[in-house]
Design a protein around this ligand. Structure first.
Ligand code: ZN
Length: 131
């Protein structure tokens, strides 16, 4: 298992980690297989989406904030229920195909670490299986 350290700088943020995941794949030497990306946090997530137009990330972040408002009479004492909800909605893992030593992604796709209660120091685990 490979660990990627991520430092977020905003309360809510989507960070493109595609290059770092690819580096993990390259370092593993695996040419064909599966790459699993897992976020071991309850107020962060991982997703795949467009990395060409930064407005997509901006819209994504704004709209999910409308779906799950930060204040809404939640009971959780820590005061970050919205972050917990968003994390489960977006999800904690992604699986990618590795072919010829490269992650198989669509032309406009990138892997994003999603922060919902930052800024914090975060971890992403990458597991690479050959086959
Ligand atoms: Zn909490």
């Amino acid at each position: 298992m490979i660990r990627i350290d991520v430092k977020t700088t905003n309360h809510t943020q989507m960070l493109d980690i595609t290059r770092r995941v690819q580096e993990a794949v390259t370092a593993s030497g695996v040419r064909d297989g599966i790459c699993m990306v897992f976020v071991p946090h309850t107020t962060a997530a991982v997703t795949i989406n467009e990395n060409a137009d930064p407005d997509v990330v901006r819209d994504f972040t704004r709209e999910i904030g409308k779906i799950v408002p930060w204040e809404d009479g939640y009971h959780h004492m820590e005061g970050n229920s919205a972050a917990h909800l968003k994390s489960s909605m977006i999800g904690f893992s992604e699986q990618l195909i590795i072919e010829g030593g490269r992650l198989v992604l669509g032309t406009w796709q990138g892997i994003y670490f999603c922060e919902y209660d930052g800024p914090r120091s975060r971890k992403v685990y990458v597991k690479i299986l050959e086959g």
